[in-house]
Design a protein around this ligand. Structure first.
Ligand SMILES: Nc1ncnc2c1ncn2[C@@H]1O[C@H](COP(=O)(O)OP(=O)(O)OP(=O)(O)O)[C@@H](O)[C@H]1O
Ligand SMILES: [Mg+2]
Length: 206
């Protein structure tokens, strides 16, 4: 049975789709990976459609509404990992996506509104008795905000991952080509960060 990672955060534009795509591409080397897009915006769907035939194969699905749980059960059966990208709000589907998760990954940019919005997603995960982990995304090279946010989250005892993802144009370029940064620029800092995030998540889920 597959591990299910739901990438969720009620605030828009925090990097849910970017991280889902990049983790999927990195994990797909040597593992059976499925991605499930439950966001009607369909950004992950567009990314997957752009994926070149030479890229590591991923099972792709986009379902909505009541079909979500059955689809997740189907994908779990014959994959090692299912990654789910969710919309920027908490509704019934987002709840089902969190309920179906082994881990809820919450991308947070180092700024107060992102941190506040993460609280809602953490509450939802707690209500569904699911593990959650926060990853800082789009961290600028030198950022006082990052230190403040790390201090704030740590003091509050929130589950912050060690791995952080920088604000890097490589993520945009890779996404436009239907790739992850580990595929488009394997030796880049962005790729190193994604591999570190992947390793930390796999360690947590072991
Ligand atoms: N680490 C990063 N470095 C540079 N750009 C990034 C990074 N992460 C995300 N972006 C950019 O930020 C924008 C929002 O990212 P993304 O679409 O992944 O967020 P989202 O949380 O899925 O948004 P939504 O809530 O609308 O679904 C995109 O233009 C994406 O390319
Ligand atoms: Mg998105």
């Amino acid at each position: 049975m597959a591990i299910v990672v739901t990438v969720a955060q009620q605030k828009g534009g925090t990097g849910k789709t970017t991280l889902t795509a990049n983790l999927a591409a990195a994990l797909a080397v040597g593992r059976r990976v499925a991605v499930l897009d439950i966001d009607p915006q369909g950004s992950l769907t567009r990314w997957h459609a752009l994926r070149p035939p030479t890229a590591a194969p991923l099972t792709f699905s986009n379902v909505a509404g009541w079909r979500l749980t059955a689809e997740l059960d189907r994908l779990r059966r014959d994959h090692d990992i299912v990654l789910m990208d969710s919309p920027p709000h908490i509704d019934t589907e987002a709840r089902l996506a969190v309920r179906g998760a082994s881990l809820v990954l919450i991308p947070v940019q180092p700024s107060p509104p992102d941190v506040w919005a993460a609280e809602g997603t953490l509450k939802l995960a707690a209500a569904e008795k699911r593990r959650a982990a926060i990853v800082l995304n789009r961290v600028p090279a030198a950022s006082r905000q990052k230190d403040l946010v790390v201090g704030q989250l740590t003091a509050a005892g929130l589950p912050l991952l060690r791995a952080t993802i920088g604000n890097r144009t490589g993520f945009v370029d890779a996404f436009a080509a239907g790739l992850g940064v580990t595929e488009s620029a394997p030796r880049s800092s962005a790729a190193q960060e994604v591999r570190a995030l992947m390793a930390e998540l796999m360690e947590l889920l072991r």
